[in-house]
Ligand binder design. Structure first.
Ligand SMILES: [Zn+2]
Length: 335
């Protein structure tokens, strides 16, 4: 029942089921894996499995406990996530205060720290105290993409559970509306293939819900790139400003990364399997001739640089101009 609603994570679910049936519930779990593959949903299903009296170890989806957890109103099941850029120390202190009290109604309280890497050093250290002296009858579930941005002392106190990227067929089935959330219109045709390819094994709702618009945006950007040697940056700058204003800036950077990754891969003789923009092979081949070998790699590296810089809020337009000139400087004229 409950756990079956999680798509494509049989291994992680199997592991959790074994923990449940052993009856030895650890005080902290760390769910590791890419975003949008079901980590948070699994944590909430686990809360149901631990607290549902109708179908213990699984959850029934029907009883008051299961329904409260699904609705996010169970007093002993809580999701803590970043308030702005970080999970702040006040959030961690508030949680510690609540955990000092006995649970309202749950046999096992479940606290999900979603995106645990967003704890800054102060909040991570404060949280460590909770981990070191875990309150009784409480399960802490941390979710994170990797352990890289977590304190080693936090990681070592949690039992890791790995979540894999989903297979392409699984993503296709969900995006097409054949699996998962029922009642939603599925994607089809070109838009479906575009979204599946860009999803990279993740169920990205933003991508699925805006596939048509984002595909047009990608094509608009490719058109701009096509005439790069004739185009002054002023014209590009206007577009960049428009994209940034509409909050599409992040997707544009992602598109640029995917594009130059594909070009670099092709010009290095890589196979088509790992290509993201499979629906634009003709244009990609042209570009792999325009940016042979290391030239493509130089452009790809520049995009990566731009992406990591944009996370620390540099002037987007200036950074984009820098990238634009790198591509212009490296691209051979269209044959
Ligand atoms: Zn139930």
């Amino acid at each position: 029942m409950s756990f079956d609603a999680i798509i494509g994570q049989q291994k992680a679910i199997g592991f959790l089921r074994r923990i449940l049936s052993s009856g030895r519930i650890p005080s902290a779990l760390l769910f590791l894996g890419p975003a949008d593959v079901g980590k948070r949903s699994t944590a909430l299903q686990l809360a149901k499995a631990l607290n549902c009296r109708a179908v213990p170890g699984e959850g029934c989806d029907q009883c008051p406990t299961c329904r409260k957890i699904d609705a996010g109103v169970h007093p002993d099941v809580e999701v803590i996530e970043a308030d702005g850029r970080f999970i702040k120390i006040d959030q961690v202190r508030g949680l510690a205060g609540r955990l000092a009290l006995i649970p309202f109604e749950a046999s096992r309280r479940v606290i999900v720290i979603a995106g645990a890497e967003k704890m800054n050093i102060q909040s991570a250290n404060a949280f460590l105290k909770t981990l070191e002296e875990p309150p009784e009858d409480t399960l802490l579930v941390l979710t994170a993409v990797t352990v890289a941005d977590l304190l080693e002392t936090v990681v070592s106190r949690c039992l890791p559970v790995r979540f894999a990227p989903l297979g392409e067929e699984t993503v296709r089935a969900v995006f097409a509306g054949r699996e998962g959330v029922s009642g939603e219109d599925g994607l089809a045709g070109e838009e479906l293939e575009f979204a599946v390819s860009y999803a990279q094994g993740r169920l990205r709702p933003g991508l699925r819900n805006n596939a048509g618009r984002l595909m047009m945006l990608r094509d608009e950007m490719l058109e701009l790139l096509q005439g790069i040697e004739r185009l002054p940056f002023d014209e590009v700058g206007e577009k960049v400003d428009k994209w940034s204003r509409r909050d599409d800036g992040e997707f544009i950077l992602e598109t640029l990364e995917a594009w130059f990754h594909d070009v670099a891969l092709l010009s290095a003789g890589g196979g088509e399997k790992r290509i993201v923009n499979r629906d634009r092979m003709e244009a990609l081949r042209q570009w792999s001739h325009r940016l042979p070998g290391l030239r493509a790699d130089a452009c790809y590296r520049k995009v990566l640089e731009l992406r990591s810089a944009s996370e620390v809020n540099v002037n987007k337009s200036l950074a984009m101009e820098d990238l634009w000139f790198t591509v212009k400087h490296n691209a051979l004229p269209l044959a």
